[in-house]
Write a protein that binds this ligand. Sequence first.
Ligand SMILES: *Cc1c(COP(=O)(O)O)cnc(C)c1O
Length: 389
Amino acid sequence: MFEMDLSFILNELGEDRAQYFNAVAPPIVQSSNFAFDKVSEMRELLLDEYKGFLYSRGNNPTVAILQQKLAALDGAEAALVFGSGAAAIFASVLSQVKQGDHIVSVRDPYSWAKRMFDVILPRFGVSTTYIDGTRIENFEKALQSNTTLIYLETPNSFTYELQDIEAVAKLAKSRGIVTIIDNSYCSPIYQQPIKMGIDLSLQSATKYIGGHSDTVAGVLTGSSALISKIFASEFMNIGSGISPFSAWLLLRGLRTLPLRLQRITESTAVLVDWLKKQPAIERVIFPLDPDFPQYELAKKQMQGACGLVTIQLKVSSLEAVERFCDSLQHFLMAVSWGGHESLAFPACASMNAADFSANEPKHRMVRLYIGLEEPGYLIKDLEQALAKL
Ligand SMILES: *Cc1c(COP(=O)(O)O)cnc(C)c1O
């Protein structure tokens, strides 16, 4: 694939304005079906729906503009857009396994990927081995003769462990194994796994692509051969394509994606510096911090690290973690990330209170997402909440 300018992708690619009154913003083509003048034209699309516009569960003009841009951002030949990131995970994984197959996945992938591996796939005779993906040897050791898929997520979205993308892609290729990566953390602006040899790259577009916490969507990119095959089967069958209006919101989000990431990246650097100086914080986890265990790898394969940073509080009780979080006035306490608003997500919110142990560092972790507010405004909020400890 040749390299396209980012500005061309975001402002022009896929947009044929003469087709719609030279409108600058693309139309929301809110139509379920498309009519034909000739039987021969209708037949052509019924035989291969991937080719054009027949029915909006498959292709839709507004969605098509978005797909072209998202494929180009990843340096991929083709893209599919789903109604959620979870649907992109489901369709892509399902497309690469059959009864008796084996998957090697990084430990603790995104919760709904893990649920698919643990609960749904075993019902169909597909098993999964989880490994510590920070070491390439662990992948080699876990491979079996029936391994058809390696599933990656780098960095993960809470403690940010990385996998060496190029090394894993090379190993998989040498064994004829397909690779899928969840690239939600970095977005295509800061990491392009397809260019590093990964077969299928997915992300939750709910996060940075949408960018305004108002749309749930997912993206899957890869070669035309893989993507058209998934389109004709899992994508059409699961029927979880995105609505034209949601696609339009994502197109709007894309216009400002680099600008938002730039702002978020700058603010996060200021926050990381400040957080590291706070005595009530035992550890600050951020992939592009020199203290991060895999800092060198992060620098090699990521062009940036965006707005997620996790702090480990120096406290001895659940009550103290809760007091800190409950005291935040501007950070909203919520899941997800990538929008305009800063967020806090304490690890202890996803466990039974009775299971809390101060000896477990993870239990004292709070993931922060730095949004578009002024860094000083956010620091003041953290300062008053830390003072409550
Ligand atoms: C949010 C998220 C997903 C799932 O995306 P949805 O759009 O919520 O379905 C997948 N992976 C990661 C790492 C995520 O953060």
